[in-house]
Design a protein around this ligand. Structure first.
Ligand SMILES: [Cu+2]
Length: 68
């Protein structure tokens, strides 16, 4: 298992958190997603490290943006 932390721009409420959590949770091999609204971060646990571009697409589908 590996844990990666991504910065997510644009989240403002719990709805945003659940949208991002849901989309990231659909990525293959992901077993856990924890989104911190205040920090604007998503901590993703997965079997193998995720490709940053896949994460960017998932966050984009939720309606937000992967930040540097
Ligand atoms: Cu929201």
């Amino acid at each position: 298992m590996t844990e990666q932390i991504f910065n997510v721009a644009g989240m403002t409420c719990d709805h945003c958190v659940s949208a991002v959590t849901s989309e990231l949770g659909k990525l293959p091999g992901v077993s856990d997603v924890k989104v911190d609204l205040v920090r604007g971060t998503a901590t993703v646990t997965s079997v193998t490290p995720l490709d940053r571009s896949d994460v960017a697409i998932a966050i984009d589908e939720a309606g937000y943006a992967l930040a540097p």
